[in-house]
Design a protein around this ligand. Structure first.
Ligand SMILES: [Fe+2]
Length: 563
């Protein structure tokens, strides 16, 4: 059975599930080159079909996520989606109109769908599918939070777990708790859109003059630069409380924004960020603890944009059990969730295969890479072993672009489209942040580490491999100063753990291990801040032109900057 999953909102995309196996998944931003693109994902659909070498006739079902009023309006009048995209990304100047649109969007996203939106959605989505040869296929419109829950539960590899979802708002809800038991999902409780912790954190991001739904990681990084704040002194903590397995907000909508503004007025930015982060961690931990007390299962499966917050995830991991976070935890992962829901509905006895990697996007042939390299104008040559070549440049202090195999799905670069540098070279973080990535100085970088080295690098390593960079750990004191370039100021980090069998990226880390004692490299996404990850050889070569990258290793080619 072939199921095409779709998502046509913030970070739109498509995914193909074949007999329970995720074959391909792509987000539209990589194709349109507009970060977190919001549109009907036509290019992603074509790419997924190409990657699977099938035609629209081979697809059995189409599944799309979300049926609420805001989504229906965006499908009915796509210009409203584009207008909000321009406002959210701060591409238009602030006017009374933008403020009203912003407020209106936040209000209507809390209105759930009903029979009328179902009829309209079915008609509008079919209209989009017809020109693609998919208009006559059975169409399923799947609810937002069950889609998130499906990604967390069924791709985790666990048969029993407590499944939590938390985000801004989708289908009138901001969260849910379910029990995964013998592979079946049993809903327990939902959290209303008005009581959204995700929306609260978005508002904090917006008030700090950053882009909501995009720069929340910057808020988390900024929070590290404030001194500790006692709960009694945190004026944001009383905004939420946990009640009967759900979360309740004290203030909503305009009243919440007004209160946040009044606190920010007399609070330094970093302290405000710290208070928001503390609030998020404390409330979610209380909520998760209450749910676990009911389910009696402390194995957690998590999805929804809130779980992009690795400090929160680390706190939940300390509740004791295994903790899986779907790697594309935000709305960009909804296409996979929609496909999985329909798969389980149609073939309940066909298991969904656990996610072991996210190399689900485009790959380019040796010839295609060779043609792009020949035309680029930089000195280039073929090398026998890309890993040996990369390790040599990195240990000499160079920053390389690393382009290998199929593109990653999700927000993290995991060794397919990465920028790599030495993790133990002083000044590397500033060099990368300020000269190359053009990001704020306080944003930390992450390490990719050999899984076998995790026990001696990570103080709180629990023996469970995290290959997707979704969890925070603390560096062991013995390596803290050596690896300061890949840690936050409190010594925490967000590592990708690399296992044998991961091709040249594993080989590269083994070579670095043999020379430095630790298989660690600084690994950041192959893009400029605010742009999507590079997809094609040409985009990688363009970035080499725009930045002071030392070299690019692309397939078996080494492209060097003339000295
Ligand atoms: Fe969501």
């Amino acid at each position: 059975m072939v199921i095409l999953g779709l998502w046509d909102g913030h970070d739109a995309g498509a995914a193909l599930l074949m007999d329970g196996k995720l074959i391909a998944a792509v987000n539209e931003e990589r194709l349109s080159r507009r970060k977190l693109e919001a549109c009907f994902p036509r290019q992603s659909i074509a790419t997924c079909l190409d990657l699977a070498r099938i035609t629209p006739r081979d697809v059995d079902h189409v599944a799309i996520a979300t049926r609420d009023v805001a989504k229906t309006l965006a499908r009915l009048i796509p210009e409203t989606r584009e207008r909000y995209y321009q406002i959210r990304r701060r591409l238009t100047p602030p006017t009374l109109g933008t403020r009203i649109t912003h407020r209106f969007k936040h209000t209507i996203t809390q209105w759930p769908g009903f029979w009328g939106t179902d009829i309209l959605n079915r008609h509008l989505v079919k209209q989009e599918l017809h020109p693609l040869g998919l208009g006559d296929h059975p169409l399923h419109i799947c609810p937002h939070h069950p889609c998130h829950a499906a990604t967390a539960a069924w791709f985790s590899g666990m048969s029993d777990a407590t499944v939590l979802t938390l985000d801004g708002v989708g289908d009138g809800l901001s969260g849910s708790a379910s029990l995964l038991s013998d592979g079946l999902l049993h809903p327990l409780v939902t959290i209303g859109g008005r009581d959204s912790l995700g929306l609260f954190y978005e508002q904090v991001t917006h008030l700090l003059n950053m882009r909501e739904l995009e720069d929340e990681g910057k808020v988390m990084a900024l929070a590290d630069y404030a001194p500790p704040c006692a709960d009694a002194d945190n004026a944001l903590l009383n905004l939420f409380k946990v009640e009967k397995m759900t979360i309740r907000g004290r203030l909503h909508g305009a009243a919440l924004v007004h209160y946040l503004r009044s606190v920010l007025w007399s609070t330094p930015w970093e302290r405000f960020a710290h208070m928001a982060q503390q609030t998020m961690e404390t409330i979610v931990e209380q909520w998760a603890s209450q749910v676990i007390a009911t389910t009696r299962n402390n194995q957690l499966a998590l999805a929804g944009g809130v779980f992009a917050n690795i400090r929160l995830n680390a706190r939940l991991r300390r509740l004791g059990g295994k903790c899986f976070i779907f790697p594309h935890m935000g709305d960009g992962g909804l296409a996979v969730g929609a496909a999985a829901l329909v798969q389980r509905q149609r073939q309940p006895h066909t298991p969904i295969q656990p996610l072991t990697h996210v190399a689900l996007g485009d790959a380019f042939s040796h010839d295609a890479i060779g043609s792009a390299v020949q035309a680029c104008g930089f000195p280039a040559r073929e090398v026998a072993n890309p890993a040996v070549c990369a390790a040599k440049i990195i240990t000499q202090g160079g920053i390389i672009g690393w382009f290998q195999g199929r593109m990653e799905y999700g927000p993290r670069a995991l060794g397919q489209r990465s920028l790599l540098a030495a993790a133990d070279q002083e000044g590397m973080r500033d060099r990368l942040n300020l000269a190359l990535k053009r990001r704020a100085w306080y944003q930390p970088f992450c390490p990719a580490i050999l899984e076998e080295d995790a026990p001696k690098i990570l103080l709180d390593y629990d023996g469970l491999c995290n290959p997707f960079m979704t969890m925070g750990y603390h560096l062991h004191p013995a390596v803290r100063s050596k690896l300061a370039q890949v840690a936050s100021i409190d010594g925490s980090c967000r590592p990708q753990m690399v296992r044998p069998g991961e091709g040249p990226f594993y080989d590269l880390l083994k070579i670095i291990q043999s020379t430095s004692g630790y298989g660690v490299v600084l690994n950041t996404s192959f893009n400029l801040h605010g742009q999507p990850l590079v997809r094609t050889p040409r985009e990688a070569l363009d970035m080499m032109r725009q930045t002071p990258l030392s070299a690019l290793i692309i397939g078996n080619f080494l492209v060097e900057r003339p000295s």
